[in-house]
Design a protein around this ligand. Structure first.
Ligand SMILES: N[C@@H](CCC(=O)N[C@@H](CS)C(=O)NCC(=O)O)C(=O)O
Length: 203
């Protein structure tokens, strides 16, 4: 397998973090998305959506969408991060879908706009609303983590791997303060203390 990726990307980091947890050594092919490197003819032939992360399988087939790749790898390696219990599995799916609709557009996009000098008039107008929705998303996570160690209960799951990626760097750019969310801060420390943990920019 080859992971097509851009190191600062939280979506890419989800896959790298899962691979670290599973003990998989997947080579990276890096792109600079700020230079349009995923919009070349060669990349678009692999994935017409023109975005990383992209997992190229040994068969040559390519999987896109970070959370679909997480589910594929967890199922392929029968990881306990994706329990077989249908209710627990549905709970994980819930967090993965929620991340893409309520968390990532407000936290990841805002981080990218502010740290990559990508603001324009429209984004400036959208910013306050995005930050309000991002804080609501962080509050929901913080409330969930008040009485349990991880997002679906006492065991680490795919939901934690997915949500950790952009939550732990939410402060980058200055729009969010994690000190407002003490249970998230404790959860971040718990994940960072796992013996397989790797930081976001580690290859
Ligand atoms: N929903 C997708 C989002 C992927 C995405 O937005 N990738 C960004 C980097 S985080 C990208 O490749 N942008 C480059 C571009 O759109 O040209 C996922 O979860 O994988």
């Amino acid at each position: 397998m080859i992971l097509h990726d851009f190191l600062p990307s939280g979506n890419g980091y989800k896959i790298r973090l899962l691979c670290a947890c599973l003990g998989l050594n997947v080579p990276l092919k890096e792109y600079d998305i700020t230079q349009g490197e995923t919009r070349t003819e060669a990349f678009l032939a692999l994935s017409p959506n023109g975005k990383i992360p992209l997992l190229e399988l040994d068969s040559g087939e390519c999987l896109s969408e970070s959370n679909a790749i997480l589910l594929y790898l967890a199922e392929k390696y029968q990881s306990p991060l994706l329990p077989v219990d249908l209710i627990q599995k549905a709970d994980i799916h819930k967090w993965l879908f929620w991340e893409q609709y309520s968390h990532e557009p407000n936290i990841a996009s805002v981080r990218f706009w502010l740290t990559h000098n990508a603001m324009n008039a429209l984004k400036k107008q959208m910013l306050p609303d995005r930050v309000q929705q991002g804080n609501e998303a962080l509050q929901l996570m913080d409330d969930t983590l008040k009485n349990q160690t991880f997002l679906i209960g006492e065991d680490l799951s795919l939901a934690d791997i997915c949500l950790f990626a952009y939550t732990h760097v939410a402060e980058e750019g200055g729009a969010y303060q994690l000190s407002d969310f003490p249970n998230i801060q404790r959860w971040i420390r718990d994940i960072e203390s796992q013996d397989w943990f790797i930081p976001i920019t580690q290859r």
